[in-house]
Design a protein around this ligand. Structure first.
Ligand SMILES: [Zn+2]
Length: 319
């Protein structure tokens, strides 16, 4: 199915969104090192059927991890260039950087964190060609390049990138070192959004709560200044234009992060996914999107990822 055959949904007025979430401060703070204001409690966007999840419990993820020192948000000169993460290693991968030359938010988009989720990395390659209107657009289309080359989720000996944030430069696991480079890159650019593009097998709507194999068509938002309204706003803008089975289900990513007291390093799981990045990069809100592979061809999954990316980046005025 060609991308153009999908409805574009209702484009939310960006100023209205930013004002409603209190994130206008993100824009106002551009070019300074001022800290963004937190969202106003209870601010619900008009026209969005929002049922925001409860705030994190006391002592939860919001206060669990010390945030990095805020990066000074500079207006970078207009330009398109590449950086390389883990340069000179077998895991080296390219970061596409596009600076608009205009003050604004920076966003980082991840694809290929898992190599057997092609809708994510193929969509990310497309996003890497988009031109930001303000701020900067960073895209890592093939975060786990070796896994993509072998079309597997990952390899045990390098670790699962989406279980290893904020990373560790001294780790024996290559993907834990990669996580550290991604975290540092997001901090360096003062990113306001990390959009992580994944695929699951089944659809959540068919088997809710059954685990990571049935997360198709979900948008999950972790801790950060755009929580909790950002995910519902994306879904609200797009869902009316989608068949009911394809519609995005919004999930709260702030309650996925607390490992049980009995957790071992192998089971700390999603507490170290990209949804934890807001606890490590000041001003960043992580969003993780999963498309369903079951009975949905890859062109359709790519197109849906691109719809979400365009909507999310539009709402923070990067597009
Ligand atoms: Zn994945």
């Amino acid at each position: 199915m060609p991308y153009t055959s999908l409805p574009m949904g209702t484009r939310m007025n960006r100023r209205a969104f930013l004002a409603a979430t209190g994130s206008a401060a993100l824009l106002a703070a551009c070019g300074t090192n001022a800290k963004a204001e937190p969202p106003r409690p209870g601010a619900i966007l008009p026209g969005i059927a929002s049922d925001p999840p409860p705030p994190p419990a006391a002592g939860g993820p919001a206060s669990a991890a010390p945030a990095a020192t805020p990066a000074t948000r500079v207006v970078r000169p207009q330009g398109t260039y590449e950086r390389t993460l883990m340069a000179g290693t077998p895991w080296a991968t390219v970061v596409s950087v596009r600076d608009s030359g205009v003050a604004g938010n920076a966003a980082i988009v991840l694809g290929g964190v898992h190599g057997n989720e092609p809708g994510g990395w193929m969509a990310a390659e497309e996003v890497a060609t988009w031109t930001p209107r303000t701020g900067s657009l960073l895209v890592i289309p093939r975060a786990n390049r070796l896994a993509i080359d072998s079309f597997v989720r990952t390899f045990e000996e390098i670790g699962d990138l989406n279980r290893l944030y904020p990373g560790d430069p001294a780790s024996a696991l290559a993907m834990e070192r990669m996580a550290g480079e991604i975290t540092a890159l997001a901090a360096e650019f003062g990113c306001s959004l990390a959009l992580d593009m994944h695929e699951s097998w089944a659809f959540y709507i068919d088997a809710p709560g059954t685990g990571t194999a049935a997360l198709g068509q979900t948008i999950t938002t972790g801790q950060g200044p755009l929580w909790p309204n950002f995910g519902p706003a994306i879904a609200g803008a797009l869902n009316d234009g989608l068949p009911s089975h394809d519609r995005f289900i919004v999930r709260d990513g702030t309650n996925l992060g607390r490992p049980a007291a009995s957790a071992t390093p192998a089971t700390t799981g999603r507490g170290r996914s990209s949804l934890s990045l807001g606890g490590h990069v000041t001003g960043l809100t992580p969003v993780l999107v999963e498309m369903g592979q079951q009975n949905q061809d890859v062109d359709r999954r790519i197109a849906l990822h691109l719809l979400v990316a365009r909507q999310a980046l539009g709402m923070i005025e990067v597009l």
